[in-house]
Write a protein that binds this ligand. Structure first.
Ligand SMILES: CSC[C@H]1O[C@H](OP(=O)(O)O)[C@H](O)[C@@H]1O
Length: 362
C-alpha cells in the first residue's frame, strides 16, 4: 500500500486514486491536461498543494512530446491550459498561484531572443518538475516550525521550561496524500513524533468525503503513530476531557488578513478550541496564501454534489428527496487563529501580510 499520491517521470504522470483508499491502492495515468482537470475535479487527487502539482505536471506530460513552431504558440498553449486547470476547483489558491508563476516564466522566455522554442519548453518542464521537491522541502520546514511553535506555546502556558509530549487534534487530510510528501499540518504531527514529543494525535473523520477516516487514519496507521479517529461531532467533548494541547489544520486559501478557508468543519473546531482555551494553528505553505484578497469574505467556497452527502459509495444513507447543502470549505476568521505556520516561520494573522510581503520582496 502506498502513501505516494503522485508518481512522475518526464513524459509520465500517475496519481493514486484517493476515492478508492483505504481499501484499494490503484494508480491512474494522467496523460494530459484533460485528464488532470478530471482527476482534480472528481477529487481522485485532492489537497491544495497536490492539486497544483498534478495540474502543472499534467501540462508538462502533454507538451513534452510536442513540437512547437514558435515560442508564441508554446506560450499560448501554456497560458490557456493552465488557466483551464485553475477552473477544476475554485477554493484552493495553489493552482492559481502556480499557474500565474509559470505563465510569467513563459512570457519572460518568449521575450528573451537568446532562448529557442525548445529551450523554452525544457525550462518550463524543469520549472514544473521542481514543484515536487520544493513542496516536500517546504513541508519539512512547516513541520519543524509548527512543532517548535506548539511546544513553546505549551511550555509558556504551563510554566515549564520544556513541554513534554503533547496531544494534538487535526482535521481533514493534510499529509502525504494532500501534497508531494510529508504534509503540512500532518507534517507538524510527523515532526512532533520525530522529536519524541507526540503523545497522541486525534483525527476527525471529516464528512462527507471522509478525508480523515479514509486518508489521515491510513497515513497514521501506516507509520504506526499513536492516533485515534473521532467523529466530527465529538470535537467539543474531546477538547473538554482529553487534554488536547493544540489544534493544527491545513489551508486551501489564506487571505491577507489571516482569514483561512479550509475543509468544512474547520470553523466550528476553531470556535470550540477558543471556548476551551486550546491554541488553533493553520499550517500553510506560501503557495496557499493569497495576498490579493483582503479577507475571507472574498474566498469562493466550492459547493459539491449532494450525492457526496446522501451516499457512501453506492449505499444511500440519506432519505431520497431531502435537500442538501454541501460546501466543501468554510472560512475561519483570523481572530480564532493563534498562528499561521509557514515554511518561513510562524506568524500572527495580523502580521501575516507585512511578513509575507517582506519575504516575497527578498
Ligand atoms: C495540505 S491540503 C490543504 C487542504 O485541502 C483539503 O481539501 P480537499 O480534500 O477538499 O482538497 C483540506 O481542506 C486540507 O486542509
Amino acid at each position: 500500500m502506498s502513501l505516494q499520491s503522485i508518481k512522475y517521470q518526464r513524459g509520465s504522470l500517475e496519481i493514486l486514486d484517493q476515492l478508492l483508499l483505504p481499501v484499494v491502492s490503484k494508480y491512474l495515468p494522467v496523460r494530459g491536461v484533460e485528464d488532470g482537470w478530471k482527476v482534480i475535479n472528481k477529487m481522485q487527487v485532492r489537497g491544495a498543494p497536490a492539486i497544483a502539482i498534478v495540474g502543472c505536471l499534467s501540462l508538462a506530460v502533454e507538451i513534452y512530446p510536442e513540437e512547437f513552431s514558435s515560442k508564441k504558440s508554446l506560450r499560448q498553449e501554456i497560458e490557456g491550459k493552465l488557466n483551464y486547470l485553475v477552473s477544476a476547483r475554485p477554493t484552493a489558491v495553489n493552482m492559481k498561484i502556480s499557474a500565474d508563476e509559470l505563465i510569467t516564466l513563459a512570457n519572460e522566455l518568449t521575450k528573451d531572443d537568446a532562448i529557442t522554442v525548445e529551450e523554452m519548453k525544457q525550462r518550463f518542464l524543469k520549472a514544473t518538475e521542481a514543484m515536487l521537491e520544493k513542496d516536500i522541502a517546504d513541508n519539512r520546514a512547516i513541520g519543524a516550525n509548527g512543532a517548535k511553535a506548539i511546544l513553546e506555546h505549551v511550555a509558556e502556558a504551563t510554566g515549564v521550561a520544556t513541554a513534554g509530549p503533547v496531544r494534538v487534534l487535526t482535521h481533514c487530510n493534510t499529509g502525504s496524500l494532500a501534497t508531494a510528501g510529508y504534509g503540512t499540518a500532518l507534517g507538524v504531527v510527523r515532526n512532533l513524533s520525530e522529536l519524541g514529543k507526540l503523545e497522541h494525535v486525534y483525527c476527525t473523520e471529516t464528512r462527507p468525503y471522509n478525508q480523515g477516516a479514509r486518508l489521515t487514519a491510513y497515513e497514521l496507521v501506516h507509520e504506526k503513530l499513536p492516533a485515534t479517529l473521532v467523529l466530527d461531532s465529538m470535537v467539543a467533548a474531546l477538547l473538554r476531557v482529553k487534554n488536547v494541547a493544540a489544534v493544527v489544520v491545513g489551508a486551501d486559501r489564506v487571505a491577507a488578513n489571516g482569514d483561512t478557508a479550509n475543509k468544512i468543519g474547520t470553523y466550528q473546531i476553531a470556535v470550540v478550541a477558543k471556548h476551551h482555551g486550546v491554541p488553533f494553528y493553520v499550517a500553510a505553505p506560501l503557495t496557499s496564501i493569497d495576498l490579493e484578497i483582503p479577507s475571507g469574505d472574498h474566498i469562493i467556497i466550492e459547493v459539491r454534489p449532494d450525492r457526496e452527502m446522501t451516499h457512501v459509495g453506492e449505499h444511500r444513507i440519506a432519505a431520497p428527496g431531502i435537500n442538501c447543502w454541501n460546501p466543501a470549505f468554510d472560512v475561519t476568521p483570523a481572530s480564532l487563529i493563534t498562528g499561521i505556520i509557514t515554511e518561513h516561520g510562524v506568524f500572527k494573522p495580523e502580521a501575516l501580510k507585512v511578513e509575507i510581503t517582506k519575504l516575497l520582496e527578498l
